[in-house]
Design a binder for this molecule. Sequence first.
Ligand code: HEM
Length: 144
Amino acid sequence: MLGFLTPIHSLLRWAVLLLLLATIIKSLHGIISKRSFSKSDDKISLFMMISAHTQLLVGLILYFTSPMVQFGNTANAEIRFFTMEHSTMMIVAIVFMTLARILSKKGKTDSAKFMRLFIFSLLALLIIFMAIPWPFSHVARPWF
Ligand code: HEM
């Protein structure tokens, strides 16, 4: 019934990845050039967080409706991946993306803001990269 959600979830991954990458590059540039934290730095981290929370919402609906989520079927690597690994790691990554924005807003100096945004976003990117079912992984799913 909710079959349209999987392609939406799959496509949304690219929005999350692009916004995360843009946040990382922008904050790294801020650290290196020692420029001041601008409105556009604030906006990019806001959009990055919104994309993550939208993906979380779609992911949670999938979690309760997808046949890929089954408890007690740990022998099947694909089922185990979506039931445990993918969901847990993605939730941790989304917590990091949220912390990236909240903690950077609380930073007292511009360099503290950039540094917090950079570190937490980078950690989130690494986790997401490991938890996506890439076409070349053992739980291969299409690029789009
Ligand atoms: C940044 C966060 C996330 C990204 C980038 C992401 C990415 C993906 C991708 C690329 C797929 C494969 C889609 C396809 O078959 O083409 C997928 C599937 C899935 N995701 Fe996520 N995901 C994220 C967060 C979550 C969260 C937080 C949950 C649940 C709590 C979740 C639950 C699922 C489930 C259950 C499937 C399997 C759907 C199915 O094939 O029926 N995802 N995800």
